[in-house]
Structure formats: C-alpha cells, structure tokens
Design a binder for this molecule. Structure first.
Ligand SMILES: [Fe+2]
Length: 256
C-alpha cells in the first residue's frame, strides 16, 4: 500500500523528533503493509517553501540511505502538507511542494472557524495555479461534520479527499468516523492514509487498522483508495474515474 500522508521525517514538525524515531516508523510501516510513503511534513507558510525543501531534502536523503542499508522494503518520496489560509492569494511556488512533484497538492485548513465560502475560495485559488487539491482528513473538521453539503459541493468541483485510516478504524470521535465512513462508502474520498506522526499514538500500522474498517466498504473502493489513486499521484496521472456519490448525514434519535 502507498501512504500519501505521513509525518515520518524527523525534526521537521510535530512528527518524530529523532532519526531513530523516524526509522522505527519506517520499520512499522513496512511490517504493516506499506511499501511506499510520500513524506508530508507540515508547511505552515508559503514564505518558507525554499527553506522547507532544503531541510526536507537532507532529512529524506539520510532516511533513505538507512532504509536501504537495513533492507527495509520501503520507498520514500517527497511531499508536504500545506496549511492554507489567506496567504494563498499571494503565494508563489506551491508547485514546488506538491506530492512527488505531481499536480497534486495536499492541503489542510483552519480546523475551527473557517466558513464554507472562504474554503471554496481557497480551493478555487489552488485550481487557478494549475494544481489539484487533495484535502487531508476532511472528517476532522467540525464544519464539515455538521454540513455534509459542503463536502458534496467540493466533490462536484472535483476536489479530492484523503481520509485518515484511524478515523475509519474508529480511533477518533464518532462524528469523525461517520463522515469518513460515508465518504468511503460513496467514493467521495479518493485516498486513505495514516497521517502518522509517531510510532505510537497516531501510528502507521495500516494493515492492522484496515481490519477495523467497517465491513460494508467494498473491496474495490478500498483498492481505489489504498492502491490505485495513490499510484496515480506518484505517476502524476489523473486518479481513476469512479462514480462519486453524494453523502448523507444520518439522522439521530431525538433530533428536531
Ligand atoms: Fe498531517
């Protein structure tokens, strides 16, 4: 499997602090079915792109060498998880921090207070740059949990989504699980990834998490999200065409 979202590089962000911790995460990944990882450390400001790339390059090179020396069956590629705010309107050079130099940009936004209008304007700006946004862990945003209509709107704009394996394995909250589940069931999500930050906590034991996914997600959908779409990103091809259905929020007892 290919993990397109992983904070596996040490001393870059809130991921592993040491080289040894990164290496342990590589071992866990390989042990639990991951053979390719796109490293996606946080890029918090477009003004830091060049410094980010330089630092990422040295960390990645050292890790690749050790992974190869230890014969861990894992390929590492470069990428970033880009935090998008109003700076996007003036940002230059984002094409330098796409996933494996493809057209795909992994993005995240403010978790609490961003409105739908602003979110859509950011997305439009990314498309204008000739890039394709992949929204990381949509299921973790409150404003998407409470309004699935925004997700459907973004799907209609051809925005791609990556859900976290941990959300689908019920390791997060209930709202998080339900949105991730709906998106996986209806092919609204194109990727499942770990978003791992350490070898404990949010880890990358993907094969183990897959066992806890709800059984009603079809095998073809899992293949689409875990193999086919990630490979298209690595190859800089369009993700496979698949019918993406609308998602519906379940009504709960006691709701008006
Ligand atoms: Fe992340």
């Amino acid at each position: 499997m290919t993990d397109i979202h992983s904070h596996i590089l040490y001393d870059m962000d809130d991921g592993p602090e040491s080289f040894g911790d990164s290496l342990k995460m590589c071992e866990t990944a390989a042990e639990y079915g991951i053979d390719k990882i796109i490293t996606t450390s946080h890029l918090t400001s477009p003004g830091m792109i060049d410094a980010f790339i330089k630092k990422r390059g040295s960390r990645l090179e050292r890790l690749r060498e050790e992974v190869s020396a230890r014969r861990i069956g894992l390929e590492l590629f470069h990428g970033a998880e880009v935090y998008v705010d109003d700076d996007i309107f003036y940002a230059k050079g984002l094409e330098k921090v796409t996933l494996n130099d493809s057209r795909y940009l992994l993005v995240e936004f403010d978790f609490k207070s961003l409105g739908a209008n602003r979110l859509i304007r950011y997305i439009e700006e990314i498309f204008k740059m000739g890039l394709v946004p992949i929204v990381a862990h949509p299921e973790r945003y409150r404003y998407l949990q409470s309004d699935y209509g925004i997700v459907n709107y973004l799907v209609d704009m051809d925005v791609l989504f990556q859900i976290n394996a941990g959300s689908l394995a019920s390791l997060g909250g209930r709202e998080e699980f339900e949105l991730a589940h709906q998106m996986a069931l209806n092919n609204a999500a194109s990727f499942i990834a770990t978003d791992s930050h350490s070898h404990h906590g949010r880890s990358n034991d993907l094969l183990r998490m897959v066992r806890y996914f709800p059984p009603d997600i079809r095998r073809e959908s899992l293949d689409y999200m875990l193999y086919d779409s990630p490979q298209a990103v690595l190859d800089d091809r369009p993700v496979p065409r698949i019918v993406r259905r609308r998602i519906v929020r379940k009504k709960r007892k006691g709701w008006a």
